[in-house]
Design a protein around this ligand. Sequence first.
Ligand SMILES: [Fe+2]
Length: 129
Amino acid sequence: MEEKKAYKCEDDILCGVNRPKDVANMTDFEKKHIPVISAPDKVKRDEEFDVKIEVGKIVSHPNEAGHFIQWVELYSGDTFLTRAYFNGGSSYPEVTFRVKLSHSHGFLKAWAMCNLHGLWQAEKPIEIE
Ligand SMILES: [Fe+2]
């Protein structure tokens, strides 16, 4: 009789949030999906600044009806800031958001959703003075 393998979320790409297993040695698959956050290291409280998020910057991700990045979200810590949608084929997962922060959570967080490969997360430290 075949024994059933215990289900583990970390073995399922569609369960939970995916992060690179080893940031210094990412696989091409991880590089395709991880959002890249470009933002200042330090900003002034309540002063507007730009945050750019790109998916597929390191290794290009497919952008077609059957396989594409559906959306990206930007957070300050775990506080939601904004979201952008893409259609798979004619819009690209590269977006710049203008935001301001009234207090620090210590880092910006981006989530990117691939329609086939689930949710991917990146973080970038940011200081508020
Ligand atoms: Fe994908």
